[in-house]
Write a new protein. Structure first.
Length: 182
């Protein structure tokens, strides 16, 4: 199995060199924006709050997120926890889009059959990434949500998500407080 992976990687690299005339010095390198993503590599414990109805207290649960990088370009998140008492898992992919000058993401999980995608910008002064996510809503139609991730320190970050309610006001939807596992 390991040999097959190595052989596949070698074939892919050979294809790139042959097809595009690239040598090792010409291969793309991660940009400074990728360092923000790489800093989160590791295992994180999460305290999760989810608001099921406006004005009601949130449901609480715990989860674990494992973050890795692919090629220094793409952050991969593996999230496992519970949702309404049932096992829940999700996978995310986040990277820097140099053309858009934004972070882009994709998300799938065990609670929905559709793909969610997002775009965000990072403010170094506040250590906050803010953006929007579009994914399937409870009725199956696309739903837009707001997202903000604030790094409190290298070992703690908070993610909040919200959506516009029927009254036209933004209401909290989810809050995750992550602490890096030592």
């Amino acid at each position: 199995m390991k040999f097959r992976r190595l052989l596949g990687a070698a074939c892919a690299a050979s294809f790139l060199v042959a097809a595009f005339g690239l040598d090792a010095q010409e291969m793309p390198q991660p940009a400074p924006e990728h360092a923000l993503l790489a800093a989160d590599v590791g295992t994180w414990d999460a305290a999760v709050e989810m608001w099921m109805e406006p004005g009601k207290p949130p449901a609480k649960s715990e989860a674990v997120e494992t973050v890795t990088m692919v090629g220094g370009f793409w952050q991969v998140q593996e999230f496992k926890g519970t949702f309404m008492g049932a096992p829940f898992e999700g996978r995310g992919l986040t990277g820097w889009d140099a053309q858009k000058k934004k972070y882009v993401s994709a998300w799938v999980d065990s609670s929905a059959p559709g793909l969610s995608h997002g775009e965000a910008t990072y403010d170094a002064a506040t250590k906050t990434m803010k953006g929007t996510i579009v994914g399937p809503g409870p009725d199956g139609k696309p739903q837009q949500m707001s997202m903000a991730c604030t790094w409190k320190s290298a070992d703690e970050r908070e993610v909040t998500m919200g959506m516009v309610g029927p009254d036209g006001k933004e209401a909290p939807m989810m809050r995750f407080v992550y602490k890096r596992r030592k």
